[in-house]
Design a protein around this ligand. Structure first.
Ligand SMILES: Cc1cc2nc3c(=O)[nH]c(=O)nc-3n(C[C@H](O)[C@H](O)[C@H](O)COP(=O)(O)O)c2cc1C
Length: 181
């Protein structure tokens, strides 16, 4: 299809790589549906390139209750563009490992982020990330063990579990792609 393909700016904010992996899965589904993706990491330099970019999808993880501050900064800076194109926010966290916690109107971090930024994405999806104790430093491991203890999750420091529901990720991407079909 060449130049006639719409291109979405697909951005990930990821510390241990899970959100990047999820963003790439979103990108695959979009490409299967004729939507090209420009995959970029969340950074201070990130900027949209309209009219080439006709959509914005952000996949970002929660760390100690917050998203990467660059996400709010980007939204604030490019608000009028964001309001003019179809957008997708996919938040990645461990609280979302329980399916009943994946309702974006209930998920605390997502709700707080949307309230703070005043952004209303066209699509919002809450997905589960990964728990990878062996990759965390001492402090992070202890903190995550405490969070897991409080929420009845695994506390064994040798555990690595991917909770991401890939069908959910692909379905959300397919729903978003409908904007160009
Ligand atoms: C240091 C650290 C802090 C985290 N804080 C939270 C948290 O407050 N709430 C939560 O639900 N998940 C939390 N998580 C879980 C991450 O959101 C999850 O591991 C996710 O898969 C990380 O994605 P990333 O690899 O793209 O950064 C935390 C993980 C780490 C390593």
């Amino acid at each position: 299809m060449g130049d006639s393909q719409p291109t979405v700016l697909l951005v990930y904010g990821s510390r241990f790589g899970q959100s990047k992996k999820i963003a790439l899965a979103v990108g695959e589904v979009l490409q299967e549906r004729g939507v090209a993706v420009d995959v970029q990491e969340l950074s201070r330099q990130l900027q949209p390139d309209p009219p080439r970019h006709v959509g914005f999808a952000l996949v970002t993880s929660v760390r100690y209750g917050h998203f990467d501050p660059q996400a709010a900064r980007f939204i604030d800076r490019y608000r009028s563009w964001l309001e003019s194109v179809p957008t997708l926010l996919m938040t990645v966290s461990l609280t979302a490992r329980n399916p009943e916690k994946r309702d974006p109107t209930i998920h605390l971090y997502t709700r707080k982020f949307l309230a703070k930024t005043g952004w209303t994405p066209s699509h919002t999806e809450v997905v589960a990330g990964a728990l990878e104790y062996p990759r965390y430093n001492f402090f992070d491991r202890k903190a995550i063990q405490l969070i897991m203890h409080m929420t009845q999750g695994p506390t064994d420091p040798t555990v690595s579990i991917e909770y991401t529901d890939w069908d959910q990720v692909r379905q959300a991407a397919a729903d978003y792609a409908i904007a160009w079909q």
